[in-house]
Design a protein around this ligand. Structure first.
Ligand code: ATP
Ligand code: 3PG
Length: 394
């Protein structure tokens, strides 16, 4: 990464405004997955070891510019404190006289967690006044919130106008793996794209087509491709207004010499339900009124052989309705194939992360991104605003 990181600046005794993505899943005040909090620990520990005063800031949920009791970061502070084995002082706001006073009282090696920055409307508007108020709290801005790097907000981008801005270790790692895979992949390079809709991933597919050797399509979006090829797909999810686009993507793949892999068999159901009647059929024999909810075993075998022989594999989006056990086999099969691949394996965030966890192979992946939307935009080839604002390495 051609950006400065916390390794490149002097942090001793400095007040550091460290933006993290603590937007974690929570139910009734209990954190149900703390991956994003644990992923920020190396940066927080690095800052503490360097003798900095660490001011952590994050958004949580979408409170739309006002205080929402259930969206306070209090449970996150308690959990972070337990993980760090050290007190984390949780404040009730992210700017204002009380925050300024608390920061003024900090000793080197102290940690403060500010309240949800999205309680202020200026955050999502990237309001310069709010950005400046954040900046006044600190000497250095560290962006470690890869998951929010696709947002140009006051605490992810605006603040960098006023104080030196560098990457945290998680940000650096995300960009090293995702960026490295996309710019200098070891080949063969395979991308797997699944999920519900072609519409949401057109830009990703188009960008990947310029880089990969094999592109594997699965999930609901495969139906649109199958229909575009002339197969009857029964009552399966399909975007009829995207058939021409699917044909154009298939033509682009052919022109570029990219092998585009599509399902050869599917698991069909008579309705969208976990206990639906189901059967496995060839893609040219989908019965009228039935819907394809998973890729079939022959398809999994085909995909598997390409995946295990690849040197780099990037995956975004499930192969079927994996939330229902009856239709999770394709997704789990692909997750297992990735676990058996000896090359670099990268999961692009979101549902696919839940899928590798369900398959019990998460620790076998080279890298699992903490970014959902951010990793998608990165794979589309877009420059992320939260990265663009960081200082370049000379
Ligand atoms: N054949 C299918 N028919 C209907 N829905 C499907 C099918 N295959 C997958 N899905 C659904 O697609 C959803 C995920 O699609 P989506 O496009 O939102 O992926 P995503 O959330 O972007 O994935 P990721 O977060 O990994 O990027 C899942 O809820 C899954 O149930
Ligand atoms: O969960 C995410 O993808 C990030 O935390 C960004 O959240 P947002 O989509 O509400 O901006």
């Amino acid at each position: 990464m051609n950006k400065k990181s916390i390794r490149d600046v002097n942090l001793a005794g400095k007040r550091v405004f460290c933006r993290v993505d603590f937007n974690v899943p929570m139910q009734d005040g209990v954190i149900t997955d703390d991956t994003r909090i644990r992923a920020a620990l190396p940066t927080i520990r690095f800052l503490l070891d360097a003798g900095a005063k660490v001011i952590l800031a994050s958004h949580f949920g979408r409170p739309k510019g006002q205080g929402v009791e259930e969206m306070r970061l209090t449970p996150v502070a308690a959990h972070l404190s337990a993980l760090l084995g050290k007190e984390v002082q949780k404040l009730d706001d992210s700017v204002g006289p009380d925050v300024e006073a608390a920061v003024a009282n900090m000793q080197n090696g102290d940690v403060i967690l500010l309240e949800n920055v999205r309680f202020h409307a200026g955050e999502e508007k990237n309001d310069p006044e709010l950005a400046q108020r954040f900046a006044q709290l600190a000497d250095v801005f560290v962006n470690d919130a890869f998951g929010a790097a696709h947002r140009a907000h006051a605490s992810t981008a605006g603040i960098a106008q006023y104080i030196p801005a560098v990457a945290g270790l998680l940000m650096e790692k995300e960009i090293r793996f995702l960026g490295g895979a996309l710019t200098r992949p070891e080949r063969p390079f395979t991308a797997i794209v699944g999920g519900a809709k072609v519409k949401d991933k057109i830009a990703v597919i188009e960008n990947l087509l310029t880089k990969v050797d094999h592109l594997i399509i699965g999930g609901g979006m495969a139906n649109t491709f199958l229909k575009a090829k002339g197969y009857g797909i029964g009552a399966s999810l399909c975007e009829d207004d995207k058939l021409d686009l699917a044909r154009s993507l298939m033509a682009q793949a052919e022109e570029r010499g990219v092998q585009l892999l599509m399902p050869v068999d599917v698991v069909v159901a008579d309705r969208f339900a976990p206990d639906a009647q189901k059967q496995t059929v060839s893609v040219d024999a989908i019965p009228d009124g039935w819907m394809a909810l998973d890729i079939g075993p022959k398809t999994v075998e085909r995909y598997r052989s390409v995946i295990v022989d690849s040197r780099t594999v990037v995956w975004n989006g499930p192969m079927g309705v994996f939330e229902m056990d009856a239709f999770a086999h394709g997704t789990i099969g692909v997750a297992q194939a990735m676990a058996d691949c000896s090359g670099t394996t990268i999961i692009g965030g979101g549902d696919s992360v839940a899928a590798v966890e369900k398959a019990g192979v998460a620790e076998k992946m080279t890298h699992i991104s903490t970014g959902g939307g951010a990793s998608l935009e990165f794979m589309e080839g877009k420059e992320l605003p939260g990265v663009a604002v960081l200082e370049d390495n000379e």
